[in-house]
Design a protein around this ligand. Structure first.
Ligand code: HEM
Ligand SMILES: *[C@@H]1O[C@H](CO)[C@@H](O)[C@H](O)[C@H]1NC(C)=O
Ligand SMILES: *[C@@H]1O[C@H](CO)[C@@H](O)[C@H](O)[C@H]1NC(C)=O
Length: 307
């Protein structure tokens, strides 16, 4: 009898220890690596001073890391064309961290911090990042179709997000990440060439905006890596993305899709009208997205890629 109670108690303790171990917390490295925040912020800041495209690349990398992690896949198995030109920032931060607290800070935590720093440095909100993620095991990139595609409609987007425990509100708030950065022509060509058998151009696009996109992406315009900024102030974190969306000036079909459902459309209007509401929602949803875990178990010693 006593030993049964003892067993039950032991099991309860073990269960609570396990859940403690998997819960993230803002002061996770308080004793083991108090320099983590300043080291990551320093690496992001230094790189951004030299290259204004670093913040958007870091934010997108973190999004992909969360979504791929949530599907039990290797974290760096992004889609084929994810721009990884800013990955050196994560590598640099990792090297600096290994020098002061070896084997302690996960790559996933570094990326989560770097994404937050990228937003703040771009004039966006600041917030405390819960930490304590573990890294998954690196495996070969095989399945890349699990990330939402820019051609997804609202039900496909909703499904992709809800599979990770994210709501329609999270979808709208996080799509606001497209206030930063750039899209290549291949990401929105579906809207400006052969949109449908009857229409070359997506009719939901503002016509002059559409012809501007067409000229940027003209077949004869062989500029390498041509494309378009995702909003009119692509290095500044603001709510212009939502304002432009309401004017038919979105870049991706998946952005436009937010206007095709009453819930998401109402949220787009809300964020277009209030930068403060947008920032509040964005922070809340970022914390939610960046807490997606898959029970990875290790602290990788190098964050670099398989490829
Ligand atoms: C809702 C589903 C989403 C889809 C379908 C999507 C798709 C895309 C695509 C196709 C690009 C352009 C890539 C290129 O042509 O190089 C892009 C860029 C970007 N995305 Fe998303 N995205 C989504 C959600 C998000 C979220 C949740 C975030 C972050 C909170 C985010 C942050 C970014 C950033 C910052 C860029 C610019 C990257 C750069 O300039 O290097 N996206 N996204
Ligand atoms: C990646 O880029 C290459 C070359 O630009 C292109 O041919 C390919 O279709 C792209 N793949 C995706 C999934 O966008
Ligand atoms: C979205 O696309 C899927 C797959 O093509 C289709 O089954 C679904 O009906 C579409 N939903 C909407 C709202 O258009």
């Amino acid at each position: 009898m006593a030993s049964t109670i003892g067993m039950v108690l032991l099991m309860m303790i073990m269960v609570s220890l396990t859940s403690l171990a998997s819960a993230l917390s803002v002061n996770y490295y308080e004793h083991t690596c108090p320099q983590v925040e300043s080291i990551v912020a320093g690496a992001v800041h230094k790189a951004t001073m030299n290259d204004k495209t670093v913040p958007s690349a870091l934010l997108r990398m973190h999004f992909h890391d969360c979504f791929v992690r949530g599907k039990n896949k290797a974290e760096k198995d992004g889609p084929p064309n994810i721009s990884l030109h800013a990955f050196y920032v994560i590598d640099n931060a990792k090297k600096a961290l290994e020098a002061v607290c070896p084997g302690v800070v996960s790559c996933a935590d570094i990326l989560a911090l770097a994404a937050r720093d990228a937003v703040t440095l771009s004039g966006g909100p600041n917030w405390e990042v819960p930490k304590g993620r573990k890294d998954g095991i690196i495996s070969k990139a095989t399945e890349t179709r699990q990330l939402p595609a820019p051609t997804f409609n609202i039900s496909q987007l909703q499904q992709s997000f809800s599979q990770r425990g994210l709501s329609l509100q999270d979808l709208v708030a996080l799509s606001g990440g497209h206030t930063l950065g750039f899209a290549h022509c291949s990401s929105f060509q579906n809207r400006i060439h052969k949109f449908s058998p009857k229409q070359a151009v997506d009719p939901s696009l503002n016509p002059s905006f559409a012809s501007n996109l067409q000229s940027k992406c003209h077949i004869k315009n062989k500029v390498k890596n041509s494309g378009s900024p995702l909003d009119s102030t692509a290095t500044y974190f603001d709510n212009a993305y939502y304002k432009l969306l309401l004017q038919g000036k979105s870049i991706l079909s998946s952005d436009q899709a937010l206007l095709t459902h009453p819930t998401t459309k109402a949220l787009v209007s809300k964020y277009a009208h209030s930068q403060m509401e947008f920032e509040r929602a964005f922070v809340k949803s970022m914390i939610k997205m960046s807490s997606i875990t898959n029970g990875g178990k290790q602290i990788r010693l190098q964050c670099n890629l398989v490829r």
